[in-house]
Write a protein that binds this ligand. Structure first.
Ligand SMILES: [Zn+2]
Length: 52
């Protein structure tokens, strides 16, 4: 499975893809202002805002 949006992931998906998700979140440049998830690319989030 390709991860397109962190915000759309279900709990089961998170458990299955932990390693991929860690790569996306470990150096975050964006935060989702709706779900408070973080990612290095804004495309992974539904309401991204750049972290300053
Ligand atoms: Zn979101």
């Amino acid at each position: 499975m390709k991860i397109t949006q962190l915000c759309a992931l279900k709990k089961n998906d998170i458990e299955k893809h932990t390693k991929k998700i860690i790569k996306i979140v470990k150096n975050p440049k964006f935060v989702c202002t709706k779900c408070i998830r973080v990612a290095h690319e804004k495309d992974f989030l539904c309401h991204p805002q750049k972290i300053k």
